[in-house]
Design a binder for this molecule. Structure first.
Ligand SMILES: Cc1cc2nc3c(=O)[nH]c(=O)nc-3n(C[C@H](O)[C@H](O)[C@H](O)COP(=O)(O)OP(=O)(O)OC[C@H]3O[C@@H](n4cnc5c(N)ncnc54)[C@H](O)[C@@H]3O)c2cc1C
Length: 305
């Protein structure tokens, strides 16, 4: 069985940028990707250098993969479900039953958003429904916004969006009712608060968000939506299996300079790390990790000669 110099688990934004960088060093690298990350959901990133009109996650991923494949990086579609280390070699097992081996691992498995199955929501993500105010608060400047959320998480999102707009309705779709204190805060800020499940997102051609229909049949109109349901999942189960340190919130701390974890031959990049979850940051970390993975490969080669 081929033992790769590095296996990248996760072929999203961080994994692809690392793959391109490692491919350009001409190392033997495999990317294993289950093709289901956050970057498959966002139909337009608007805050990236060079793409003022926005670029979709799908397009970035497709171009990134082509760029890495042209550098002889190998790709396999599989989900790694188990990981262990035997001597100096990591052994990864995929859902398909395949076994993969490598001397080094880059974990770039991202975060999974919790999004209830509300009809028409997913196709609007990135174009007219957003998840991250730091990324897309700008898009709702002075617009009529509906926050689709759960409990306190949704209320906090509504309060955060006041920086960009004063026309906000918060629909608490599920979970806990709000405390009196938070309800009062919303009221003081003129945020309309509704505690009722959402039946569907209303769309116009695009598809573009134009409001929500509540379970009671009431329709609310809006120009943009924001979601905040909370309990997103950080995909770091493999890290745990490999003895990689995780914080209480399951994110992985890494060395600021190298992106190395507490396990010397495991690196971590992208949304699983401890920082703002953004594309530019995922790319930067992927590249940074790859540079130090290269140094590690070179050090090993030097030792052998
Ligand atoms: C709707 C939406 C809109 C967003 N808008 C913006 C924006 O406008 N600007 C911005 O900067 N950021 C935005 N983001 C955030 C951005 O998408 C993430 O920061 C970025 O995708 C992180 O890259 P990543 O490589 O860490 O993770 P991902 O892109 O999620 O990639 C992780 C990859 O790992 C794979 N994977 C996971 N577990 C395994 C496993 N066990 N085995 C194999 N493969 C596995 C997944 O299938 C996936 O392909 C948005 C996110 C969402 C959901």
């Amino acid at each position: 069985m081929e033992v790769y110099e590095c296996i990248i688990v996760g072929g999203g934004i961080a994994g692809l940028q690392a793959a391109i960088q490692l491919g350009r060093y001409r190392h033997r690298v495999l990317v294993i990707d289950s093709n289901s990350g956050r970057s498959t959901l966002c139909r337009a990133y608007h805050n990236l250098l060079g793409w003022p009109e926005g670029i979709s996650g799908e397009v970035l991923r497709e171009r990134g993969r082509q760029q890495a494949e042209a550098l002889d990086v190998r790709f396999i579609t599989d989900e790694v479900v188990a990981a262990s280390k035997q001597g100096e070699t990591f052994r990864l097992i995929g859902k398909t039953g395949e076994v993969y081996e490598a001397k080094r691992i880059l974990l770039a498995t991202g975060v999974k958003d919790r999004i209830p199955p509300i009809p028409n929501l997913i196709p609007c993500l990135g174009t007219s429904i957003y998840v991250c105010p730091d990324c897309d608060g700008y898009e709702v400047t002075n617009k009529k916004v509906i926050v689709l959320g759960a409990g306190k998480t949704g209320a906090n999102m509504a309060l955060t969006l006041l920086y960009w707009t004063r026309d906000i309705t918060y629909v608490n779709h599920e979970g806990e009712p709000l405390s009196e204190e938070i309800e009062r805060k919303l009221q003081e800020q003129g945020i309309v608060y509704i505690y009722e499940p959402i039946e569907s997102v209303l769309v116009k051609q695009g598809p573009l968000f134009c409001g929500v229909r509540l379970q009671s049949g009431t329709e609310l109109s809006g120009e943009r939506g924001f979601i905040a349901f909370g309990n997103n999942q950080v995909n770091t189960d493999l890290a745990k299996q490999l003895g990689v340190e995780r914080l209480e919130n399951k994110h992985i701390p890494t060395d600021a300079r190298t992106k190395q974890t507490n396990v010397p031959t495991i690196w971590a990049a992208g949304d699983i790390g401890v920082h703002s979850e953004q594309v530019a940051i995922a790319m930067g970390e992927g590249a940074q990790a790859a540079i130090w993975i290269h140094k590690s490969i070179m050090a090993e080669k030097k030792k052998r000669t």
